[in-house]
Design a protein around this ligand. Structure first.
Ligand code: AMP
Ligand code: GLY
Length: 425
């Protein structure tokens, strides 16, 4: 098969690494890719948002399957458009992707199908939203209805923060039309776990659950980021929790979407808060997580491409789906200043010492990198993902951090506490 992956981050490097091992594969192309992906696949300079350009490429180059990494093209109907042109895509339709692309849709959907989630109200005018939060206890959570590059949710600790968030979203329109409507929801306390399920629209297979470290600095301090690290599988996610998640969240969501004529094929990602009264959904995503994918795929022993083909043929339960017993820890190396202002273009040293085979229990997936002459330079906020594997978390952590310590570029930083809590788990 000829396969195209759409995207340019660490998630897409991990997908490309895994797909490139498939016996089904002939040619792999990634559009647009990054400097790490270039080492293992062909890359094509087509923007991930240029749906027509991607379809033209797929048609002219006999691409048999396109795998979409990021949410934006899915929310913008890449799957529907490709299907109309007779091209196969792994990823949900535009109408199924609303589960991520519209928080109002997702919250109403969860209410309708009795999927546990935080209590909420929806507002389409700022005055009403402000009046409501003024009479509410804190913290409280305010979310833009639409996609805002992962920055559309604010946990407000007091009335000033709540008012600021509403003004930014609804009046100043920092996120454009995404902030036309907001959801104000109850603050949930507990442990966050990302559960990714591969579904064929009827059934699902749950991948090893992961924990994303969203804050920029150690001890979960500093601003929210796209993710500074990840561990998998999550030690807290036992068989009982798995069963509750499947029966009360994943299957009802799949059946609900099917009932609404929006069957979901692809990766349904449930961001859960494990509260004292069980798991509740913070958000659904319609795609692989980043950096969750970088930690999860190195644990997968089965053929990812074959699993995707089974999902597309409505036979996901027939797919062979084996995971190793190892633990995985992903550390993100970022540019100084991220997630706020940062500089790009610094040469990266130490990459040459690292192979991208998992035999040594270390992998490096590139995110914001570019090739400049003979060197690889930083080209984004999150630059590299170093993944350590081991028989226990302690070994996985050591493997990840001993490699992370060898990689250097100006002003780089990374969290030192990824997985630390589970060292003895
Ligand atoms: P979201 O964009 O909905 O995934 O939210 C981003 C992050 O905000 C989540 O990963 C949580 O850390 C936090 N968050 C969102 N909703 C809530 C909530 N209801 N209670 C507590 N934290 C939340
Ligand atoms: N790691 C969070 C996300 O992929 O949305």
């Amino acid at each position: 098969m000829n396969v195209m992956i759409v995207g340019k981050g660490g998630r897409e490097h991990a997908l490309a690494w895994k797909i490139s091992k498939s016996p089904y594969l002939d040619e792999l192309v990634v559009a647009p890719g990054n400097a790490g992906i270039e080492q293992i696949a062909n890359t094509m300079d087509i923007s991930q948002d240029d749906i027509r350009g991607l379809a033209n490429y797929a048609e002219h180059n006999s691409i048999d399957l396109t795998i979409v990494g990021p949410e934006d093209p899915l929310a913008n109907g890449i799957t529907d458009y490709f299907s109309r042109r007779g091209l196969a895509v792994f990823g949900p339709s535009e109408s199924a992707a609303r589960i991520e692309a519209s928080k109002v849709f997702a919250k109403d959907f969860m209410k309708r199908f009795h999927i546990p989630t935080a209590g909420f109200l929806t507002f389409d005018n700022a005055e009403g939203a402000i009046r409501f939060v003024e009479e509410h206890d804190f913290p409280i959570v305010i979310k833009t209805d639409g996609l805002a590059g992962g920055k559309g949710s604010v946990v407000a600790k007091n009335i000033e923060e709540a008012r600021d968030a509403i003004v930014h979203m609804m009046i100043e329109r920092t996120w454009g039309d995404a902030g036309k409507t907001v959801v104000v929801e109850e603050f949930l306390q507990g442990t966050e776990i990302s559960v990714l399920a591969m579904t064929d629209g009827d059934n699902a297979i749950i991948l090893p659950p992961a924990q994303d470290y969203k804050r920029a600095y150690d001890g979960n301090n500093g601003p929210n980021t796209g993710g500074m690290g990840c561990i998998a599988p999550h030690p807290m996610f036992d068989l009982e929790l798995r069963k509750i998640t499947m029966d009360e969240i994943i299957i009802p969501a799949i059946e609900g979407l099917k009932f609404m004529d929006s069957p979901f094929k692809g990766i349904l990602y449930a961001g859960l808060m494990i509260t004292s009264s069980g798991p509740k959904v913070l958000e659904f995503n319609c795609r692989f997580g980043d950096p969750e994918t970088q930690a999860i795929l190195p644990l997968m022993e089965s053929d990812l491409l074959e699993m995707m083909l089974f999902a597309l043929e409505n036979r996901i339960l027939e797919a062979d789906c084996q995971f190793s017993d190892k633990k995985s820890v992903c550390v993100v190396i970022a540019s100084g200043g991220y997630p706020k202002r940062y500089k790009k273009g610094y040469p990266i040293e130490g990459l040459g010492e690292i192979s991208t085979t998992s035999e040594e229990n270390v992998l490096v997936f590139h995110a914001g990198t570019a090739q400049k002459g003979d060197s690889i330079i930083s080209d984004g906020g999150r630059v590299l993902n170093v993944v350590g594997l081991g028989d226990d978390f302690s070994k996985a952590i050591n493997n990840a951090y001993s490699m992370a310590g060898k990689i250097k570029f100006e002003k780089s930083f990374y969290r030192k506490d990824i997985g630390a809590k589970y060292k003895n788990a």
